[in-house]
Design a binder for this molecule. Sequence first.
Ligand SMILES: Cc1cc2nc3c(=O)[nH]c(=O)nc-3n(C[C@H](O)[C@H](O)[C@H](O)COP(=O)(O)OP(=O)(O)OC[C@H]3O[C@@H](n4cnc5c(N)ncnc54)[C@H](O)[C@@H]3O)c2cc1C
Length: 377
Amino acid sequence: MDFALTEEQEMIRDLARKFAREVIAPKAAEVDAKAEFPHDIVSQARELGLMNINVPDEFGGTGGTVLDLILVAEQLGWGCSGIGLAILLNNLASDPINVAANEAQRKKYFGKLAEGFGAYALTEPGAGSDASAIKTRAEKKGKEWVINGQKIWISNASVAEFFVVFAKTDPAQRSHGITAFLIDRGTRGLSVGKPLAKMGQKASPACEIFFEDVVLADSQRLGPENEGFKIAMKVFDRSRPMVGAMATGVAQRALDEAVGYAKERLAFGKPIIEQEGIGFKIAEMGMRAEAARLLSRRAAWLKDRGENNTLAASYAKAFGSDTAMWAATEAAQIFGGYGYSKEYPPEKLMRDAKVMQIYEGTNEIQRLIMSRRLSRG
Ligand SMILES: Cc1cc2nc3c(=O)[nH]c(=O)nc-3n(C[C@H](O)[C@H](O)[C@H](O)COP(=O)(O)OP(=O)(O)OC[C@H]3O[C@@H](n4cnc5c(N)ncnc54)[C@H](O)[C@@H]3O)c2cc1C
């Protein structure tokens, strides 16, 4: 067993760390307050190769591994997980293409990602955890498809130039009746709602998408008919370690901020870090952040080796995001009254951490996956 990173892995991690500290972190509060997509920061990340990590290099991406992606995700999460999401969301749009696209689709849509943005549209107002219950309908009419329905909470939708959309092609079936499509922005009948008002991660806008008699050529179908659910699940095996890593970055940031504050803040004649009750909180935060880091790295490593990582990806996502939420709450406690102020970091860390327990499959759903896998023996 070798825990060491290669020289290339260290290079991309260090590049992301520098970017997170020098470019993202100083702007994070302002971007959060404005709740605007940070085009300038995202363009810089794109230039540095920190954005389209899983897009092959022949199509203008970084051509990195899942491990490369999570090394970057942790650092960007440390800087600001909202800006991190705005930057890394293209990997959620590129993964279905990696999994299922033909050559023409790879050329066209990886090309769009190299210059712009994509989004991943699975969730609907009536179906999130139970993705097989989606109602958006794709009906075959001759050689074309006609799509009607609605999606919600689609991250980066306001800037995306195309959407990976999952629709029911055989409503009598549940998961076996779903097909994936690539739909360009500007296609007649497709409209994107205004960004929804969110608690945190405000740099990445999440919107509704509406489909009203959207007509598509069969060439816009991604992968085989009725195999869309399998594509969605394969994507989660890559994206869940990424969320776990970004959450690890939030947990590490909460720890770093808490240590800095606890060394300075005096109570009862000494820095509060020297009070055992606070020192032990710090110890626990360090221990859990390290465990979260190792879980996301292992989940990514298994995927890169071509091994099944579904259980490991669920561990990484659930433990990472639970750790981020817990650590941000502990940091607020360590800051005392200032922890409740919008002027200090824990408040934003708490708001940003919360959603990571919800998206990419809630942590209840992760535990459902774990218990099913574990009961198989
Ligand atoms: C900011 C944000 C960004 C998002 N970005 C995207 C995106 O880019 N693309 C996309 O497709 N989706 C996106 N989502 C959607 C997200 O993945 C869903 O919200 C999530 O999967 C939960 O679905 P739901 O909201 O319908 O909740 P529900 O499925 O209605 O769940 C409600 C509650 O019930 C629990 N629950 C449900 N079923 C079970 C069960 N069997 N056992 C135990 N508990 C259960 C859930 O854990 C949850 O606590 C985003 C969401 C948010 C908030």
